[in-house]
Design a protein around this ligand. Structure first.
Ligand code: FES
Ligand SMILES: [Fe+2]
Length: 381
């Protein structure tokens, strides 16, 4: 059997200088989820958001296409749009009212002749980012020509797609939670694609999903997970989570057939999709610095069960310190994971820290090796 070894030195998980390299060499040209297409039905509909250092928005133009721009006024850099809504035919900066067309071109500005003589329209448009849509989910990349074009990044995903739709009322936004974790983003990512820990750390929450009872497929740069507990048949959820959700009477999506779609899709490097019979989750990793990572998890539930929440509405952050009991008694696999990733992060600075052999197997730790190879493509040692 080929040996599987850790490729990244501990320093890559603690050093601010490495983090800065990842920011510039990877994140600055990474795709991130922005919103669903349903938020952007009409001309002028926009959604603005932050992605690490970037302030961005996506807008439906008068010709019906989606465009993404940096939310930075070309006068003195104020954010031009706020939140989600409809901006009409123009985007007007609130500071001195420079006005832009929906395609980003500068249209007009107050006191132009008196104060400036003339401002060149062509060289003062909003800086464009790139946008891609997949199954009603809108993704944005801060770069107009990123290393991975959208179609390449999400290539071949159709073989692993989910039945959930975002263009009718079968799904309703059901809220958002932020988890605040004291760990490097890669510790979290590696834990998320580690099939070896599932049946042990999560035996009470996910069940006895040993390495031969789940599989992670590498699809381009992304990883796609299936439970294979039912005689190897590929299913989205583990037997125990199906029993628990159905047991508490969680409403299933109309027409859902769990047999044919994955339960977790890790979109390298910072986006996680989780389709299930009871809804759809999108989690966004937000690396804060080398040793802190937030994760925003947005959820959609069968239409009719949501409706109380507005897209973008935040809830109180979840931190381990605020928990009442022990994380292992939480009944929540996410809390169990938070507990572990912080336990690893605390050890990374010890001179005695070292990673031993990794467990070979697509339902074990092989995906961690694949992730590390990809990272090194962007940020070589
Ligand atoms: S900063 Fe936008 S108009 Fe001045
Ligand atoms: Fe886990």
């Amino acid at each position: 059997m080929t040996e599987l070894r850790q490729l990244l030195p501990p320093k890559m998980y603690t050093d601010p200088a490495w983090f800065e390299r990842e920011r510039r060499e990877l994140f600055d040209q990474s795709w991130t989820f922005a919103c669903t297409e349903a938020e952007l039905n009409n001309a002028g509909d926009f959604h603005s958001f932050r992605f690490l250092d970037h302030s961005l928005f996506v807008v439906r133009t008068s010709s019906g296409e989606l465009r993404a721009f940096h939310n930075i006024c070309r006068h003195r850099g104020c954010e031009v749009l706020e939140g989600t809504g409809n901006t009409g035919e123009v985007i007007v900066c609130p500071y001195h009212r420079w006005a832009y067309r929906l395609d980003g071109r500068l249209r007009a500005l107050p006191f132009e002749e008196e104060a400036f003589g003339h401002v060149d329209r062509a060289s003062h448009g909003l800086v464009e980012a790139s946008v891609g849509v997949y199954r009603g989910l809108v993704f944005v990349n801060p770069e107009l020509a990123p290393r991975d074009r959208f179609d390449d990044w999400i290539a071949n995903m159709d073989d692993h797609a989910w039945p959930h739709r975002f263009n009718d009322d079968s799904l309703a936004f059901a809220g958002e939670i932020t988890y605040e974790m004291r760990c490097n983003w890669k510790i979290f990512y590696e834990n998320a694609i580690d099939g070896y820990h599932l049946g042990y750390l999560h035996d009470k929450t996910l069940g006895t999903v040993y390495p031969d009872r789940n599989v992670w497929d590498l699809v381009g740069r992304n990883h796609v997970r299936y439970s294979t507990e039912r005689n190897g048949e590929r299913r989205s959820n583990t037997l125990l989570s199906v029993d628990s959700a159905d047991g508490i009477g969680a409403p299933r999506l109309h027409g859902d057939n769990e047999a044919t779609y994955p339960g977790v899709v890790m979109l390298f490097p910072l986006t996680i999709l989780s389709p299930s019979p009871w809804g759809f989750y999108v989690s966004l990793l937000q690396p804060i610095d080398a040793e802190r990572t937030n994760m925003r998890t947005m959820s959609w539930a069968p239409g009719g069960t949501g409706g109380r929440f507005k897209f973008g509405e935040r809830s109180k952050p979840v931190r381990l310190d605020d928990l009442d009991g022990h994380p292992l008694d939480s009944g929540n696999f996410q809390i169990e994971d938070m507990w572990i990733v912080e336990k690893i992060q605390r050890n990374l600075r010890s001179p005695k820290f070292a990673v031993g052999p990794l467990a070979v197997g697509d339902g074990a730790e092989t995906p961690i090796g694949q992730f590390q190879e990809q990272l090194l493509e962007f940020v070589p040692l």
